[in-house]
Design a protein around this ligand. Structure first.
Ligand code: ZN
Length: 65
């Protein structure tokens, strides 16, 4: 009964930089980190639309601990 974690893999996101950042954690934290990363490193805009896209792109990580 562990809490689910979400993972965001930048390699799965279309990118011109061949970025391979991987983040995982609780959904809200990954979302925050991913938005900051996308804005800071990829020049994306922090919009509700974009956050939605990231949420869809995150995958569930099966907790093993
Ligand atoms: Zn990236």
């Amino acid at each position: 009964m562990a809490e689910k974690r979400m993972a965001a893999d930048c390699r799965k996101f279309p990118s011109e930089k061949n970025c391979d950042v991987y983040m995982s954690g609780s959904k809200e934290h990954v979302l925050e980190a991913a938005v900051e990363h996308a804005v800071g490193s990829h020049g994306h805009q922090d919009t509700p639309e974009f956050r939605k896209q990231i949420e869809e792109f995150m995958t569930e990580e099966t907790a093993s601990v």
